[in-house]
Structure formats: C-alpha cells, structure tokens
Design a protein around this ligand. Sequence first.
Ligand code: TAP
Length: 497
Amino acid sequence: MSFFKEVSLPTGKKYQQPTGLFINNEFVAAKSGKKFESINPSTEEVIVEVEQAETEDVKVAVEAASKAFESWGSRDPFERIKYVYTLADLIEENKDLIAEIESLDNGKSLVCSKSDLEIAVRCLRSIAGWADKIDGRTIDNGPTHFTYTRREPLGVVGQIIPWNFPFLMWAWKIGPAIVTGNTVLLKPASATPLSALFAATLIKKAGIPAGVINIIPGSGSKCGNALIEHPDIKKIAFTGSTEVGIGIAINAAKHGLKKVTLELGGKSPNIVFDDADINLTVQNLIKGIFFNGGEVCSAGSRIYIQSGIYDKILPIFKQEVEKLKVGDPFGEGVFQGAQAYGGQFQTVLDYIETGKKEGATLFSGGERIGNKGYFVKPTIFTDVKEDYKIVKEEIFGPVVTVSKFDTVQEVVKLANSTNYGLASGIHTTDVNKALGVSKLIKAGTVWINTYNDFHQTTPFGGYKESGVGREIGPEVLGNYTETKAVRVKLDLSQIEK
Ligand code: TAP
C-alpha cells in the first residue's frame, strides 16, 4: 500500500505528498482505516485524503517514541546538534517546495509561506546549538555536602499545533523538544496536515533515528485527547485557541498532572502616538493585522491612534490597505491569500456582520471576494466602543478596529483592558515614551516601531489568558527539561586528619 500521492502545484511543479501517519520513520495506515480530506481553501477542492490517527495509533506512536527515548535521551548531546542541523539544511534545500505546499493547503500567500520557511530554518539552527549547553549548577553548601543540579529530558512529549502557521509551528515545537533529548508525537491541525507530513520525509533523510519524531494527523477531539490522556506522555505543548487551551490544561492535570505549555489567543493593541513616522507606521499597522490574512495570534487587531495624528494617518492607512492585492496565494504580488478553512472564513464574516450591527462604521472592506475560495477583503472598522464584541474578542482574520485616544494614561488603560496579553505595538519617535509605555503594557511582546517581527533568539508567549510558558529563544528549553538536584553528604574525616 502506498502512502504517497502525486499532487500538482499551481506553479506547475508536481511532487509526492505523503498521506500516512509517520510513526517509527515510516508512513503507515490508521488502525481504524479512517481518512480525512485536506481542502485547498483557495478553490474549496479536495487536495488529498490523509490517514486519521485515533487512540490506537497514538498508543503505537507512544511505544515507538518511548523506545527511541531510551537512546535519544541519553546520548552525547553534541550528536543531537548534528541531526537538527542536517534537518534544517534539508528544509532549506526544499524550502520553495514546502512553501508552495503550505500555500496550497493553508491558503496563505506565497510571500507569507516563504517568510515562515526562513524563520523555521533559523529557529531550528539556533536551537540546535543549545543541545550541549544545557547546564546545571554546582551549589556551595559548606564543607558537609556537595550539591549540583542537572537538567534532564522529560521523555515522550505531545505537541498539538494550529492551522495558521502549520510548518513554522512544526519547527518551533519539534526543535527544542528533541534538542533537549525528548521524543515527540506531533499532531498537526486537521485543516493543514500536508507540510508537516512532507517534512516528515526529511526527518528520515536527516538520519534522525526511528521513533524520535512521529507525526500523527487526526482530530483534536480524538487524536489530541488521546495524547493528553496517554499515561506515558509527560508533557503537552499546545498552540491554538484560549478555550481549547484551558480545556487541555484541565484534562492534562487530571491525567498524570502533565506539564503544559500554552501559546494561545490575543487581542493585541497597536498604539500610534502623535509623533510617529506616518509612512513607517502605516506599513507596521498593515503588517500588524493583515499579514497572514490576520490569522496571527499576535495580530495588532486593536489600533489606538492619538488625536493629534488620527485624521492624518487614517486616510493614508485606508488608501494603502485598499492597494493590498488579495487573491490567489500563488498570484504575482499577492499579499493576502485565502482564510485557512471554511469554518474560520465564516467566523470572520460573522464578526464583520456583528461589527455592523453593533454600530461601528465600516471604513473599508467588509465582504468576501468572489464566490469560490475563502477570500475576505481587508476590513477596517472605526467609531467603535470598547465593549463591542469586535473590540473585545479575537477575530483571527483581516479585521481591525481603530479608536482615538488623547493621553498616555488613557491608552495604557485601554491597551491593558483585555483578558489577553500576547503582544502589543508602540509607534513613536520618542525613545523615552516608547520605553516608558512598554513597561506599562501587560503583554509578552512589545514591538516598537515594528510589528509581527519575530526572531529566533527572542522568546514569545503570553501574559494572562494568552498562555503559559515561552516559545523559541533559550527560554523554551525550560519547557522540555526537569531539574534534578543531587546532594552528596561528604565524609572529610580522612582529609582533615
Ligand atoms: P483550536 O480548536 O484551538 O485548534 C488548534 C489545534 O488544537 C488543532 O490542532 C485542533 O485539532 C486541536 N484541538 C482542538 N480541540 C482539541 C481538544 N479538545 N483536545 C486537543 N486538541 C484539540 O482552534 P480552531 O477552532 O481551529 O480556531 C478557533 C479560534 O482559535 C480561532 O478563531 C482563533 O481565534 C484561535 N486560534 C488561535 C491560534 C493561535 S496561534 N493562538 C491558532 C489557531 C486558532 P483539529 O483542528 O485537528 O481538530
């Protein structure tokens, strides 16, 4: 039985798409015989059918990962560096193809997919180098004891990733887990399994031993739950909605008090002060909300503009937004492609209707484009009130609200009046104001005169309901290690004589 299917890409390329579960470095069938369809969100047509993992498949993959952990977790960490570098090299060699697979399956523009691939490769290379630098401490307890700590891998970890950055999340999650000596079961989102499965072929090519990384597409309710409830899985790393994240934390606590890290939603403020550079700021506001079709957890979806610059910047923002090319992700110069799947597309359109009913002014966009494919016009609402749903709730699409403010104190209060705390933006030419306000914002990231500007060295994660723990940067290593303290009672009587 073959688990590869030839797929034609809009660029004219053809490639072999894996469709099986990737367990023990082989593509295999799901035990239940069930499959699910992966849909092209630009055409609403089926691309391929993929094997659907459930509890029995999770059990097999956990056995594979447990066996692999016996040697992977205890080998010279320097060897793990070499494997992860090789994987990064192979991804780089295949980056154009993976980017195209991503745009086909997720609908994001090729520009966005290519940018994801660049960051993914950097993240893998950067984290690889940490493998042999995960040190403990020696602790001075006086003459009676010798104490030291060592950091040990957790074992088999489960990772559940979303559909908005399918490949980037694959790399963010897998890299730190295996570098620290853990083995992995990763569940991609059902809406976007293809890049994760294609990249699985590179895992084997990189020589990474069988069972170290297992990729098991399936639904959240069945496959995701099976990961959380399996007694031999020691940790769950999740990226997705706050609602599901909270449920996962509760369920993981009930099943062995598993460690959990959560990277969740946001409703991030993007603040423009009177002294901001107008042209630079307009580009940052656009990148903040319309990059990746607004399907970004850190999206700057609440814009606050100071009253002295409001009337100057708003028409330019509208004019530049209306120039953005939206459509076929593979089209020349396209900035924004399709929303990732039908359900999310409908959610976005529903929020636009809600905004109109709530009384906001639809300043730009506000409708779907065409009648095939999940395309939405970049949408700007003005004249909003703080208690409107479109201001309070994460929309996760190309929809932004714009409000006016007068004072620093006022905007800090508005910025923080949310249950979320993932990211924020400040636009000003006054360094004192920028740094002063950045201290007052309750969010895991503050971008100053830039936005959605990720870097492999820089931790990312949320305050409040935006999450628990940090991804990327050295901070992520703590998510995948336990600290063991070793305290030795010394007998110095022979030496003291
Ligand atoms: P989620 O349901 O949170 O999906 C994210 C991942 O969690 C997917 O792999 C999903 O699997 C899985 N999942 C769902 N229910 C689960 C469960 N009970 N146990 C274990 N895993 C489970 O997101 P969504 O419904 O696709 O999107 C809804 C909203 O979430 C969006 O509108 C947006 O606001 C937010 N969202 C946030 C992010 C980030 S990066 N923070 C990413 C995506 C979505 P399946 O989809 O395969 O069933």
